[in-house]
Design a protein around this ligand. Structure first.
Ligand code: UDP
Length: 325
């Protein structure tokens, strides 16, 4: 098969491309390298089954030209990370909603299978544990920029599902819960690469808020496996599906674990949310996925545990530091 992967030079996208090529498919990447990096896919460029196009998903003509010959589209291009959405909200909202509209229009026009990666942010301020797909999303105030990410991604889901309802376009909307692994950069706020970088360089490990908030982290290899299987599962068409790992850890415990794993002398420093993000910032206290639907549809169960994730990220960051030195 021939897949178009938008955002294929990003952290998750590049792992997806490697997997699809390993499975014997042809892959075209469309990426503007805004948050992705050529280094993530440079090693694939000699492969005759791989093609890279550097352009934005907001370029409608380019998107149509690339969607037409593909059998299916993985739409991963998006603004990433809470930090980026707060710092560049206009660009973030336009990229998320405008990009999805354009790529979906093309998928609808040429009748292509379409997967868009959504996010557990969509659950917003909900406090249910665990979150399942049909739970209410609890919207935060529009004055708080963080919630723009949830709102824009929710609109992506609405639009994709609308295409399924109106014309049975085969769409799938996996909601990813904190995906982590090699190549993820801490530049856009992601906590694990940030803590690992801080620990390795001996800088303070910056825990935002009181650190009692928790997250569930899923290895990118488990996520990619789920994305591939979802596009092959007819019962997943027209559905939102949680993908993540139920193993939960507080951010305080995460900081301690990374400090001890790296043998770091870094102090752990608590920073108020207002200073770390913006005035009035609201965090999600817990975010645990209910994986019943993913298990039923594709037999999904994450194989890698938090220790595997941390070992991989520490190895990756150590390599990057040696390489950059
Ligand atoms: N966080 C932190 N220190 C950092 C970056 C993030 O304590 O340097 C916290 C953040 O406030 C949140 C959690 O770690 O409670 C996960 O943040 P991330 O941006 O990785 O993902 P989110 O779940 O917020 O989308």
């Amino acid at each position: 098969m021939h897949f178009l992967v938008t955002g294929g030079a990003g952290f998750i996208g590049s792992h997806l491309c490697e997997r699809l090529l390993r499975d014997g498919h042809n892959v075209t990447v469309l990426d503007d390298l805004s948050t992705g990096a050529y280094a993530n896919v440079g090693h694939l460029e000699g492969n005759p089954s791989f093609r890279m196009v550097i352009d934005t998903v907001l370029n409608r003509e380019r998107v149509e030209e690339l969607v037409k010959p593909a059998d299916a589209v993985f739409h991963l291009a998006s603004a990433v990370g809470v930090k980026l959405v707060i710092e560049q909200p206009v660009k973030a909202i336009k990229t998320i909603m405008g990009g999805t509209e354009i790529v979906l229009d093309a998928a609808a026009r040429f009748r292509k299978r379409f997967l868009v990666t959504s996010t557990s942010e969509v659950y917003g301020k909900g406090s249910k544990v665990p979150f399942s797909e049909n739970d209410d999303t609890v919207q935060g105030a529009t004055a708080i920029r963080r919630w723009a990410y949830a709102g824009a991604k929710a609109m992506d889901e609405f639009l994709a599902l609308a295409h399924w309802h109106e014309t049975r376009l085969p769409v799938i909307c996996p909601r990813l819960f904190n995906t982590v692994g090699p190549r993820q950069t801490g530049r856009y706020g992601m906590v694990i690469p940030r803590f690992v970088n801080q620990a390795l360089s001996g800088e303070p490990i910056t825990v935002y808020g009181d650190g009692t908030q928790s997250r569930c982290f899923c290895h990118v290899h488990d996520v990619v496996d789920a994305l591939v299987k979802l596009t092959e599962c007819r019962d997943a068409f027209g559905r939102v599906v949680n993908i993540g790992n139920p193993e939960e850890i507080t951010i305080n415990a995460l900081a301690e674990r990374i400090k001890s794993l790296t043998g770091s002398a870094s102090p752990i420093r608590h920073i108020p949310y207002d200073v770390a993000y913006e005035e009035g910032f609201e965090d999600m206290v817990r975010r645990v996925p209910d994986l019943t639907l993913a298990a039923k549809l594709i037999g999904f169960a994450p194989r890698l545990r938090l220790d595997d994730i941390l070992n991989d990220v520490v190895g990756d960051r150590r390599n990057a530091r040696t390489f950059n030195a």
